[in-house]
Design a binder for this molecule. Sequence first.
Ligand code: CUK
Ligand code: CUA
Length: 680
Amino acid sequence: MRPKGRFLAILAVMASLLLTLGVTVSCSDDDNGNGNGSAGSGDLDAIAQERGLSPDDMRHALQSFVPPGKFDDYVLLASGGHSGQMLVIGMPSMRILKVIGVFTPEPWQGYLYGSDWGEVANVDADQANPPTELSWGDTHHPAISETNGEYDGRFVYIQDRANGRVGFVDLRDFRTKQVLAIPNIQTSHGGMFVTPNSEYVHVSSKFPEVWPEGAYADLTEYKEKYHSVSTWLKIDQTTGKLNLAESFQVEIPPYTQDLADAGKKVSDGWGFIGSFNTEMATGGNMEGGQSMEAGASKNNFDYLHAINWKKAEEVAKAGKVEEMNGIRVIRLQTAIEEGILYLIPEPKSPHGIDVDPSGRYMVVGGKLDPHVTVYDFNKMQTAIENKDFEGNDVFGVPILKFDSVMSGQVEVGAGPLHTQFDSKGHGYTSLFLESAVAKFTLGDDVVQTGETPYTLVDKVAVNYNIGHLAITEGDTTTPDDKYLVALNKWSIDRFLTVGPLHPQNFQLIDLKGGDGGKMELISDMPIGVGEPHYVQIIKADKIKALDVYPAGTDSATMQKSEFAIEGGQEKTERNGNTVEVWMSAQRSHFTPDIIRVKQGDTVKLHITNVEQTKDATHGFGIADYNIQASLEPGEVSNFEFTADKSGAFNFYCTEFCSALHLEMAGWLLVEPAGSAMAAP
Ligand code: CUK
Ligand code: CUA
C-alpha cells in the first residue's frame, strides 16, 4: 500500500496549484465535499484510491490537464503518415482539434468530393505521374513558416514521401491550398524545412529517379541514368503558395538522400542533407545480388551534403541552369565548379541531420552506432576555404576531411535517429533501438548550465521504438524548453487491443525547463491514423486563424469569389446544355431548394453560405453523385458536374446546424434525356 503521508504531500501540492488557478480548495483531510463545486482533498484521495492512481499519476494528470472550456498553450501540427493527412493537436492536453486532408480525399471538409477543391490538387508539373490518379500520399515532415528563424504561424508545408509532392496548408483556415508535384523527383524525404525567413521550402529526392522524368532505364545504368536533386521551392509571401518559375534545383549524386535541415543564424544560407547507400546498391536478391539492406550498409561512411543555397540562388539567376519540366536545374558539374556542393563523411548508417538553435552545430545520428556526431559549421567553412579535402567522390564532388569538421561525438545509446534542442545548449536524441530519449550537451559556447560539453546528462525511457521527437518551438532559433513529444512507432501493450494493427503513440515529456531537472514522461496519446511521422509545435498565440470567412470568400484563393451572392440574389440560368445555379445556404434552407436539369446537362453550382455566425457551417451532399462540400460561414463553394444519371436525387445539409437541420434539404431533378418534360 502507498504511504498516506506521501499522498497528503501530493494533495497539498495539488491544492496550491488549484489555488493559483483561483479555485477554492478545502485542505482538511476529512472534508468529503459539500456538493457546491469545491473539492476537498478527501475527495481527491478517495478518487485516486478508487481509480488506482499513484501520486505520480495524479501529478502527471495535473501537468497535462486542460479544463473544459480552457485552451491549450501549444498547437502541434503532425503528419498523418500514409493516411495522407495532417493532424492538429492541442498541447499539453493532446486533444485532436482537426484532421486536414492534404493528399487524401477528406469528405468531412468536402476535400476532393466534387467542389473546386479538385483544382487545388490538380496543380501538376509532373506529367509523368499526374497526381489526379493518386488518392493517397505519405505525409512526412511538416514545416511551419518562419520569420527571423521563429515560427510565424502563417503557413505549413508537408511533403508526400511516396510521390514526391508537396502540400501547402494555410493556417488562417487550416485547409490545403496547393498540392504541387515536384518536377524531376519521384520519391522525397529530405524536407520539408523552410529557410529562416521562409524564402524557400526545401525537399530533396529519396531514391534517385530516371531522367528524363518518366523514361525507362535498367538498374544496371543506375549511376549514369538515375538522378537526385535538392529542390528549393519559392514561397509567395502573400499567398504562401509555391512558385515553380522562381524555384530551383541542385542536382546531387544518385545516393539515397535522407533527412535534411536548414542552416540558421551563422549557417543561414546553407542546407544540409544526410544520405545512405553511397554504395549505390539497387537490390536484386532474387537476381544473384544482395538485398538493398545489405548492399547499402557496406561503407563505413556515407555523406552529409552541404549545399550553399544562397550561392545556388545567384547561379540560377545568372542562368547557369538547364530548364527541366518547368524548373531551373543546376546540374551536378556546375554545382561542383561553383562551390555549391560539398560532402562530409558521416559514420555508418547515418540518420537524421539537425542544426542547433545557434546554427553552429549539426548533429547526425547513426542507426547502427551508439554515437551522435556533432559537426561544427565554423570548422566546415575553414575546411572549405583551405580546400581541406580528403578527395572527391566518384562524381567529382569534394569531400571535406571528417576530423577537420567534426566537433564532438557522444555515446547516447542504441539506435540514435533524430535530435532536437533546447535553448540551454542541450541536444535530445531519439534512440529507436533502446526506446529512450537521450539528453546531451553541445559545444561549450552554447552550454549554459555549467555541464561538460559533449556528455550524456539525462535519459528517459519511452514506449516503444521512437522515431522522431519534437520540442515546443523546436526547430527555431529559440526553442522554449517546455515539452518534448516522443513519436513512437510501436505501442505494443499501452492501450486496449483493437486488432493486430496497433495505434502509434505520442508521448508527452516534461523537459523541466531544460536545466537540471530529470525529464519526465507525463502522458500517452494513441494516434488512430497512419504513421504520424514528424510534428512541429508552435505557441498557440502565434496562430491567427479566422473565426468565419469574410462574406463571399473563395477559400481556395482566400479572395472574394466572383460567384458570391447575398440573400435575395439567388438565381438559375440556362445556357444551351449548361445550367448554372447561384444558391444560398442559411439555417435551415437552401435557396433554391429544387434544381431542374436534363440528363446530360452540365451543372454549375455556386453555393454561398451567407451566414457570418461563428461555427454556422452547413454541408452540401447529393445522393448517388459522390458530391459533398463543407460550407463554412462566409464561404462560397463551386461545383461542376455532368448530370449523367436521371432521377430525383435528394440533397441535404450534412452538418447538424440547427433545430430544423433535418429539413435543410432539396432536390436535384434530372429529367431523362429525350423526355418531353421541359426543365427551365
Ligand atoms: S525519417 Cu527518421 S524516423 Cu522518414 Cu523522418 Cu522516419
Ligand atoms: Cu445546415 Cu444542417
